[in-house]
Design a protein around this ligand. Structure first.
Ligand SMILES: [Zn+2]
Length: 406
């Protein structure tokens, strides 16, 4: 069968895509730590959509904090004669719906309107589940002469990934011969392929001064004043020392942003003795989070000495970014060409500050690429997916399967 015919089959699947995504989002799949019952029922339903595979396996595992809840992972394969597998990795779980009053129609009742399907989990990550299933459906049956095709449909992406993609990685499902596509982030027009991420560092700063009456500030140490002076000095020095640019990344520099802060005192006429604030740092892979933390503590030490306040810096979260995924492999070139064939504009490879589950692959030295058509409204009330995006994503996956597997 020619590629043209395969793409016509994808194009002809629109109504089946609508009905499949609608059936899926009627079943809630919110993780237990977010107050849900998990993804088991949705996984069983999605499994009924997986027709024509050589094998469909389940890698289920009890939740580590809620052992009564089973976290399901589906691995569906069509076997190829060659080495390696082209993987599309998608996730079953969603975030909670938030304020129900902000939803025009209920989050678990699909609504089709103007080329969009509305409902919780339609874009994140229903788009990827449905587009990958329909891409495989368009590939003619029979033995594949190239790479195998694999769909990994996992749990626990919105919380820890430990019982989802990390669990599958631990089971040895993926190899260095694989092309791994993770459609969990996208730009409008499908023009950006994410190949790298920044390190993530969250730091809590605690400033302990001495509380006193507002009329006699010299008798105390104003933790709020010390903290804000320290913060503005710290931000200027971080910018100066770690201002290096890497054009791959959006934005091109590391970012060091103060985000959360503690309340100080309830009344205006008290000098606060305690102040806390947090920073969210997204650090270029070429820079060292440990060194940055050391510098933060050194600046804190200078301010402590000058003011008499005690300032500490504690790590709340630290995630190292893996090595950027390779762009000089034959597999990547095939993927890039497939993206170019449908993208609306010039295609670029980029790095971002947000964390995706592609990083779990990169930390193990595997190449993973984050791509899909973006432009919906994930993690917001009235989440929707654009039907054209599901179709275009499926065309790209079908093209890659045709070139590398058939
Ligand atoms: Zn997602």
């Amino acid at each position: 069968m020619e590629l043209k015919r395969i793409l016509e089959i994808v194009e002809g699947s629109r109504s089946a895509m609508i009905s499949d995504i609608s059936g899926m989002i009627r079943i809630p799949a919110i993780g237990p730590s977010n107050g849900g019952a998990g993804e088991l029922e949705r996984a069983d339903h999605v499994q009924t959509l997986l027709k024509g595979f050589d094998s469909v396996e389940r890698y289920d595992t009890p939740d580590r904090s809620y052992p009564d809840v089973i976290r399901p992972n589906i691995v569906a394969r069509r076997k190829g004669a060659g080495k390696g597998t082209v993987w599309i990795v998608s996730h079953l779980d969603t975030v909670p719906p938030g304020d129900l009053g902000k939803w025009i129609s209920p989050p678990f009742e699909p609504r089709v309107d103007g080329g969009r399907v509305y409902g919780l989990g339609t874009e994140d990550n229903g788009q990827a589940i449905i587009s990958s299933i329909h891409a495989v459906k368009a590939i003619p049956p029979g033995r594949l002469s190239g790479k195998s095709i694999g769909l990994a449909i996992v749990a626990d992406e919105e919380t820890t990934s430990a019982m989802g993609i990390e669990y599958l990685l631990g089971k040895g499902c993926f190899t260095e011969d694989d092309l791994i596509i993770v459609p969990d982030w996208g730009s409008e027009g499908g023009t950006m392929i994410e190949i790298a991420e920044k390190h993530l560092l969250w730091v809590r700063f605690t400033v302990r001064g001495r509380q006193t009456h507002g009329s006699v500030p010299e008798k105390g140490i104003n933790a709020f004043r010390v903290g804000t002076d320290f913060l503005s000095d710290l931000m200027a020095r971080l910018k100066e020392r770690y201002g290096e640019e890497n054009a791959y990344f959006r934005p091109p520099t590391s970012t060091f942003e103060p985000t959360k802060a503690s309340p100080t005192v309830d009344n205006v006429n008290t000098i606060p003795g305690l102040y806390e604030f947090w920073m969210d740092c997204r650090i270029l892979p070429s820079q060292d989070p440990e060194e940055i933390l050391g510098m933060m503590r050194a600046v804190a030490g200078e301010h402590s000495e000058r003011t008499g306040a005690e300032i500490s810096a504690e790590v709340e979260q630290k995630t190292f970014a893996g090595k950027p995924s390779a762009t000089d492999t034959e597999d990547f070139k095939v993927f890039l060409e497939a993206v170019r064939s449908v993208a609306d504009g010039d295609v670029e490879t980029v790095g971002v500050g947000g964390g995706t589950c592609a990083n779990f692959f990169r930390l193990r030295g595997l190449n993973a690429y984050v791509w899909q058509f973006g432009g919906g409204s994930l993690h917001q009330p009235n989440e929707y997916v654009v039907l054209d995006n599901i179709v275009n994503d499926a065309k790209v996956y079908a093209t890659v399967f045709y070139r590398l597997c058939v």
